[in-house]
Design a protein around this ligand. Structure first.
Ligand code: ADP
Length: 309
């Protein structure tokens, strides 16, 4: 495996921030560390980057990184705050990293690298602008370009999109993913946003209280949650005893159990129906398509309950 993490543990005084975290990742894959605030995501990322001391082993491309300083690890990090130099132009911000890496390149080669990477992140023409002339999304691209220009073996990203508004955030998610695929760069990305993880990741690790709660591919984690925390954290659900059903898996139609519609919440493309009968209160999610249902109507619903494991 390209990246191997074995028994990674970090303790602050007598409290574990993370404990016995082990996982591995193939080259070129995009991994999301997903979990609520305080679950240990940043601690894992900062350990890999070498910014904090830890116990356990971090092995990248066959090399144990434990004893290496952040500068000596072939790892680049994009932080939430971008970390750009305000008095340097886009070009100089991006080329800064090359001062310490890729020392064997000539000045001209370095300049070519910088211009090429600026173009790849969609900032051609912005080379001589300064950070305060850029939007949040553009600053994020500069930070990404600066990380990529040194051609790291591993890219770390710590909630890099959290300061952007929703629309920009959604388009940056896809762009970062495309750039990651184009560079085939192995990436570990921290987020607390389930949808962001679904859009971006090849693999997801769900963290809870400093431990791995579940890991796998998005659809498998969502469709076959291995525990209640994963079920809870990824999307909505109805729970009936030891069983559950996702709202979108309740089929409203001409057959099944009879319910009364108690409430309807409009989300645009979908509508959440709150339906109730003597036995159950359920949430169902239906597409907003030729909908002929209103509050107080009787509807029929078909659904299959899955066991919570
Ligand atoms: P996340 O990134 O998921 O929000 P963190 O990795 O930042 O979580 O934190 C994990 C746990 O470690 C939390 O309980 C947090 O309070 C604790 N922690 C993180 N950094 C420190 C620190 N410098 N000193 C003491 N406790 C810390």
């Amino acid at each position: 495996m390209f990246l191997e993490i074995n028994n990674l543990t970090k303790k602050y005084e007598d409290k574990y921030a993370i404990k016995d975290i082990s996982f591995s990742l193939d080259k070129g894959k995009f991994l999301c560390l997903l979990g609520p605030s305080g679950s240990g995501k940043s601690t894992i990322l900062h350990s890999i980057g070498g910014f904090i001391k830890y116990e356990g082993d971090i092995i990248l491309d066959g090399e144990n990184l434990n004893k290496l300083s952040p500068e000596d690890r072939n790892v680049s990090t994009v932080f939430q705050s971008f970390g750009l130099f305000p008095h340097k132009s886009v070009k100089d911000n991006v080329s800064y990293g090359l001062k310490f890496h890729q020392k064997n390149l000539t000045k001209k080669q370095k300049e070519n690298e910088v211009y090429s990477i600026i173009e790849k992140v969609g900032l051609k023409g912005y080379e001589n602008k300064y950070p305060d002339e850029l939007s949040g999304g553009e600053k994020q691209r500069v930070a990404l370009a600066r990380s990529l220009v040194i051609k790291p073996s591993l890219l770390l990203m710590d909630e890099p999109l959290s300061s952007l508004d929703r629309k920009l955030r959604e388009s940056m998610q896809k762009e970062i993913r495309n750039i990651q695929k184009e560079f085939n760069i192995t990436t570990v990305f921290v987020t607390h946003d389930q949808k962001e993880a679904f859009v971006m990741a090849d693999e997801i690790i769900i963290l809870k209280d400093g431990k791995i709660s579940a890991m796998g591919k998005s659809d498998n984690l969502y469709n076959n949650p291995k525990n209640k925390f994963t079920l809870d954290f990824l999307g909505d659900k109805n729970i009936i005893g030891d069983f559950y059903v996702r709202p979108e898996n309740i089929k409203i139609g001409n057959s099944g159990e009879e319910f009364v519609v108690k409430d309807m919440i409009f989300y645009g493309e979908v509508i959440e129906l709150h339906i109730e009968n003597a036995n159950h209160k359920l949430k169902a999610l239906i597409l907003n398509r030729n909908l002929d249902i209103k509050i107080g109507d009787k509807v029929k619903a078909e659904y299959q309950l899955e066991k919570i494991s």
